[in-house]
Design a protein around this ligand. Structure first.
Ligand SMILES: C[S@@+](CC[C@H](N)C(=O)[O-])C[C@H]1O[C@@H](n2cnc3c(N)ncnc32)[C@H](O)[C@@H]1O
Length: 1006
């Protein structure tokens, strides 16, 4: 294609993402980005935000929606990969080091060295490479690239010496494309322009030109569930106009920060630096003026460490509640509890440089549990006798008539900032880490000390000051005055704050020092600095743990290390000097081409007012993060005195409007949102919805939502985006489905009977196309599949949905109305039935090699699942998400009993021997199946059961073995299939399967 940039020339062209997407490579890239953590582009703006979608995924969706599918899919794919920095030449730029000319000449065969390099002195090197540099004659020869060799030629040559390893390994070694954004694409533009008929030399130009060709103007991309801004930021960075909105003002603030801080101009960056310096100066000035963080001898507090304290009801002693007495493993510091008999309390000494044994002994503190799930109790010893009291007993927990749990803790009042003297739970400062600049060189001397009378005086100064100003600060909005609103079931986020501590307002979650410092930051910060404020709040609250681990450097941890808002027995408070890095953060800089065209609005998705050509959204679903509950932690600080830039937003989480859960409300909310987006999209607009699909039902839900919103599916892809989560054990959602959608024009009608044929044709065509692209890619010297089976499976399902959702009326029923009809529990709706039928039809088309279609069609879902996964295992697949995907595809309710390992990256099926005699009964999804009988016989043969006996069992285990000859034929085919697939992995079972096949084949019948 090369026809210049003509408005609307691509108006009706299918988008590339509707035809292909290099999902395997994309998965490797997305995975890499998610693992990057600290180096992630936008994370610095709010590391507390969970569930960021990878920028590279956003980029693929946006470019994939703009680029046309030209009919030459292999070339389309190549061009797309060039734009994504996935081609070989891009890897040269992504590699950590570029090879030297001598290395190239040593490793590559080059006919004429002089075509690329100049050497001095002239005439010493041979005319062609490889060159043996060990030859002493070449010792003093210097080689350099010829100046007239283009960057593209250079990269092509250098690419040849990149290691020949699978793409995923290559990505692990390389930098992310965005880390070398300035240079990675230098070589691509002439090829891109030639293919697309554009004349671009940057993404901004390309995007603008493609926008004109498709929509008549620079494209506007919208994300109405913008969250932390990963999608809108990427759209803006590529050069699109962007509309971002979210119900939650914290999400809006993060997205605003992505545009104006990371995406800001050089001038914006200078302003930010200036503002940061001024802020630190102001805060430091007040704190230093009060003398509350220095010991008067040149040391400044780095971290104050506090713990709970409670009176033991059995002894009357006040006991610090410390799950561990280790203050810092890394620095070998412990706390010692020294009984003070006179006052019935413990003095706390701090000892540094202790021995290994002392450190180990200190791991046991005064709060213990008998096992992980048991109740915690407070334990201490008086005169050699140990006294234990459950924490729940201390609090006086009791069950109310309605089954909820109450306690005897006093509920804190609005002006409280610390416990009252007769409260059950007290709080105690027990250690301070001090810092002092080293006398010579950089860095600090550090010291942990016990708390002195002077320290306590300084505490009092802070407490009194905060108390004296609290009303005023709350009125002015510098500190929170917002009630804690406990979240709903199933997790009741925030309940522990109220029930475990008696806190009722959000400022109770911060101690006086934290209130003072964060209040000052809030007071003196511009919109740009509010991100820093949220980072400080995360690090400096009563929920911010003190990191006493080996490598923890005695810092405080974020309150949002998980999303549970859990209370703590001990926590840290940073001195202001230790907060400076959070306040003067150096964010990555990616100036956005059209910043003035990037808009953020705080609105429910169902009431957006702006139109867009492309919507890329990542809506909330099911059990994901409860943003509307946990972000009150920050909202409470910002709501009353927002920066002018955020003043139009509603500083409330508006929980009632948040889309959540999985039930009727979820679907209604989603339909309202997507209907609105459809209304705000031109006829040729495109949508991409991202969703994780842990449960099989979300797939049907999404199809319903699409239908009811006036959209139709045009493609679906599955991309692995998540690493294994450290927060949850075992399996974790690892993938994202991308559903590509268009407006459903016209009012097409069909019948269920006609659909059957149409779906079959569509699916077959889709499968063939992707399989064909795999083949084509191979002929282009790529040694990896562009699509794996699971991708083709997904595309097959999508093709079925594509056919279905094209129609407005099926069998005389209006599908939009059918889709939103409330569900009756247990009932299969008309739409569900159609989707099941469509997906089934798709699955029928995906028969593994070695099985006949006729037999495959007869198998149950569980049999298909086992056989398909065996096939994939034989080809090296072992990630759990594959099993999840296929279980969903084959409608296996519970695939776990069939798996020998459920580990995320080491998943595998049970062998015949491992299955043993299990999964034979009625409760099993393999009950009375031919496959189960065959596996049983294989197990017996491996265990040396006599062949005839195993055969006799087989005939009994297979229903109607003698009445239905196809059962026997199936047993023969399955045995052969097992033999083939197990050959390399479990030779014993493979050989047993071969014996079985022969036994059945040669069995004398009648
Ligand atoms: C899955 S998150 C988006 C995450 C985002 N893609 C990212 O990478 O950070 C879903 C977002 O939807 C927002 N949300 C929930 N209900 C909403 C509604 N009714 N209208 C608009 N946004 C809503 C939540 O506040 C949340 O930010």
């Amino acid at each position: 294609m090369n026809c210049g940039v003509t408005p609307f020339s691509l108006k009706d062209a299918p988008a590339l993402i509707e035809r292909l997407l290099p999902v395997q490579k994309l998965s490797a890239e997305a995975f890499k980005e998610q693992e990057g953590r600290q180096s992630k582009t936008l994370t610095g703006l709010g590391s507390y935000w969970k569930g960021r979608k990878p920028l590279i995924l956003s980029k693929a969706c946006i470019l994939g929606s703009l680029l046309p599918a030209t009919g030459d899919s292999a070339r389309d794919l190549e061009i797309f990969e060039l734009l994504m920095g996935m081609d070989d030449a891009s890897f040269v730029a992504r590699w950590r080091r570029r090879p030297k000319p001598t290395e190239i000449l040593q490793k590559l065969s080059i006919d004429h060295i002089a075509d690329f390099f100049s050497a001095s002195p002239d005439g010493v090197l041979p005319g062609s490479a490889p060159v043996d540099w060990l030859n002493p004659a070449y010792a003093s020869v210097k080689v350099a690239w010829r100046e007239d060799v283009s960057e593209l030629e250079r990269r092509r040559l250098e690419a040849q010496i990149l290691p020949h390893v699978p793409y995923r390994e290559r990505v692990e070694e390389a930098r992310r494309p965005e880390e070398v954004m300035d240079t990675v694409h230098e070589h691509i533009w002439s090829e891109v322009n030639h293919h697309l008929g554009t004349s671009a030399s940057s993404f901004a130009q390309l995007v603008e030109q493609l926008g004109i060709m498709r929509f008549g103007h620079r494209p506007r991309v919208a994300d109405t569930f913008c969250g932390s801004g990963q999608i809108p930021f990427e759209a803006a960075r590529l050069g699109c106009d962007v509309y971002a909105s979210d119900l939650n003002p914290i999400a809006c603030m993060l997205t605003w920060g992505a545009f104006h801080i990371v995406g800001g101009s050089t001038e914006d960056r200078r302003t930010l630096k200036h503002e940061q310096r001024e802020l630190v100066k102001h805060v430091q000035c007040v704190v230093d003026g009060m003398g509350i963080e220095s010991d008067g001898a040149g040391w400044h507090a780095k971290v104050f460490v506090y713990c709970l304290e409670a009176r033991c009801p059995q002894t009357g002693w006040m006991v610090p509640a410390l799950p561990t007495r280790v203050v810092s493993k890394g620095y070998r510091v412990i706390a010692e509890l020294i009984p003070n008999v006179e006052h019935k309390r413990y003095d706390i000494a701090i000892r540094s440089g202790v021995t290994d044994d002392e450190l180990t002994a200190a791991e046991h503190g005064t709060v213990r549990r008998d096992n992980r799930y048991a109740d915690a109790y407070l334990e201490h010893e008086v005169e050699g006798r140990s006294y234990k009291t459950k924490i729940s007993t201390l609090r006086g927990d009791y069950e109310r008539p309605d089954g909820s749990i109450g306690s005897r803790l006093r509920l804190w009042e609005k002006l409280d900032t610390k416990p009252k003297p007769d409260d059950i739970l007290q709080e105690r400062l027990y250690c301070i880490q001090w810092m002092r600049p080293k006398a010579r060189g950089k860095g600090f001397d550090l010291e942990f000390r016990a708390v002195s009378a002077d320290d306590m005086r300084r505490e009092e100064i802070v407490e009194e000051f905060v108390q004296a100003h609290l009303v005023e600060w709350q009125a002015k909005g510098y500190v929170p005055d917002m009630r804690i609103e406990v979240g709903g079931p199933p997790r009741y986020q925030g309940l522990d704050l109220v029930r475990g501590r008696g806190w009722t307002f959000w400022h109770h979650v911060f101690n006086p020092r934290q209130l003072l410092v964060a209040g000052l930051i809030n007071q003196f910060s511009s919109a740009r600095l509010k991100s820093s404020l949220t980072q400080v709040l995360n690090l400096n609250s009563r929920l911010s743990g003190f990191d006493n681990s080996e490598g923890g450097a005695a810092a405080t941890k974020g309150a949002f290390v998980n999303q549970a808002l859990n209370t703590l027995y001990f926590y840290g408070t940073r001195g202001t000097r230790f907060l400076v890095p959070a306040l003067t953060q150096d964010y990555p800089s990616f100036p956005i081409p059209h910043l003035d065209q990037c808009v953020v609005e705080n609105k429910p998705a169902a009431s957006i007012s702006k139109s867009a050509d492309i919507f890329v959204t990542d809506p909330p679903y099911g059990d994901a993060v409860k943003y509307e509950e946990i972000l009150d932690f920050f909202i409470s600080w910002l709501r009353k005195n927002p920066a002018p830039e955020f003043a139009d937003w509603i500083w409330d989480s508006r929980r009632a409007l948040a889309i959540q859960g999985e039930g009727e409300d979820f679907r209604r909310g989603m339909v309202a949102a997507y209907r609105r987006m459809t209304e705000c999209m031109p006829e040729n607009g495109i949508q991409v919805i991202m969703f994780t699909h842990q449960s099989g039902s979300i797939w049907a839900d999404m199809a319903n939502i699409v239908w009811a919103s006036g959209l139709r599916v045009t493609a679906a892809w599955y991309v692995v985006t998540e690493t294994d989560s450290p927060l949850r054990e075992g399996s974790y959602v690892k993938g994202t489905v991308l559903l590509v959608l268009r407006k459903r024009g016209g009012a097409h009608k069909t019948t269920r009977d006609d659909l059957a044929w149409e779906i079959q044709e569509e699916v077959e065509a889709q499968v063939q196309e992707l399989a064909g692209l795999n083949q084509k890619a191979r002929t282009l010297h790529r040694d990896e599949n562009v699509f794996e089976d699971a991708d083709i499976q997904m595309a097959g399902d999508a093709a079925a949905l594509r056919t279905l959702t094209r129609y407005s009326v099926i069998d005389g029923r209006d599908m939009a109305a059918e889709a939103i009809r409330p569900r009756v529990k247990g009932e299969t709706t008309f739409v569900d039935g159609l989707i099941t039928f469509a997906v089934d039809t798709a699955n029928q088309c995906l028969v593994p090699q070695g099985l006949s279609k006729g037999h495959w069609d007869k198998l149950t879902g569980a049999e298909r699942f086992y056989l398909k996964m065996l096939d994939m295992e034989a080809r090296g697949a072992k990630t759990l998400d594959n099993y999840q995907n296929f279980a969903k595809a084959f409608k296996v309710h519970d695939f776990r009993p069939l798996l020998g390992s459920l580990r995320a990256n080491e998943a595998r099926l049970k062998s015949a021997v491992e299955l043993g005699r299990s999964e034979m009964g009625e409760g099993s999804e393999l009950h009375e199946s031919v496959l189960r009988a065959v596996l049983y016989a294989v197990m017996e043969l491996v265990k040396n059961v006599d062949g005839n006996e195993a055969l006799a069992h087989l005939t009994l285990n297979i229903p109607n073995y003698y009445g239905d000859m196809t059962q026997r034929e199936l047993a023969i085919e399955l045995s052969g299939y097992l033999e083939n697939r197990l050959d390399a992995r479990r030779p014993e079972e493979a050989s047993a399967a071969r014996v079985l096949r022969e036994l059945v084949k040669n069995q004398r019948l009648g």
